[in-house]
Design a protein around this ligand. Sequence first.
Ligand code: SF4
Ligand code: SF4
Length: 314
Amino acid sequence: MIVMSNKAVELSLELLYKEGFALAGILHGNDCHFGDWLSSWLSKGYQADMHWMKHHKSIRENPSQIESYCKSIISAAISYHTPPPQNWAESNPISNYAWGDDYHLVVKKKLNRVIDKLREEYPKLEARAFVDTAPLPEKLLAMRCGLGWIGKNGMLINRRYGSYLFLGEIITNLDLPSRIETAKDYCGSCRKCIEACPTKAIVADGIIDSNRCISYLTIEKRGDFTDSEQKLLKHQVFGCDICQQVCPWNKKAVAGQSESFRCADKWQNLKIDDFANLTREQFNKLKIKSPLKRAKYEGIVRNAKAIVSKGKSK
Ligand code: SF4
Ligand code: SF4
């Protein structure tokens, strides 16, 4: 363990901001207890086929347990808010988060550079970067660090940057003091996301039933759609942004600065029919550096064909 001063806190945050993170905060391991926040959601089956959500309960409840050396967790957020391509303004087939390079790679690289710089200062540093690939309660960590609140659409929202934010964490043996700021909930009486969700997947404030969520169906769902699942699809081939697009906090959000998340040229002219008729070779080119690979070739073509066939049967 390395016992730290405020200087180490300032250095950690400064390095993150230099890498382009808009927001960052620190939580000491002693403040990482979140209790049993998932059992009720799981007991209702809202995880659909995402069975991995049932595992690693103790880490989800206390993320400092993820590494034996963990003394504190740094939570950071980077904006991917970027204007849509003109031809997608009305009907965006690909979720905003997938327009640019795969954030898992981009954000992790940034966090690893911060770790390398910290190690120059603290040679005994032990640290590991995480981006959406471990059972860390990322949104809860970010909220407790004061980065924002979890809105009725289930997303972390910041008043300045909205909800188009990628989250990442550094688990470290640096013994950093928490910077806990109570993140006020600024949803107020607004219900725009709940009302706009086309499938009624937001079943209570901040609670999403994945079985009904287009994002889950088009990205995580494996195998054929049931008839009732197919009926839920709209125009999206990968993901869904509707409950974020309608959020007032995103209408006035500051745009992200990272070039990596700008919309790649390869998407500019693709329409639903093009996705339905993709060859495996074309998909293999499209998926390079793209989060689209998560849905696999079979998933993307399945999604597009299901949307096309719905259109024809109207
Ligand atoms: S992502 Fe789409 S389907 Fe899922 S809750 Fe939001 S609006 Fe509803
Ligand atoms: S649309 Fe309204 S209720 Fe939904 S997350 Fe945004 S502010 Fe909260």
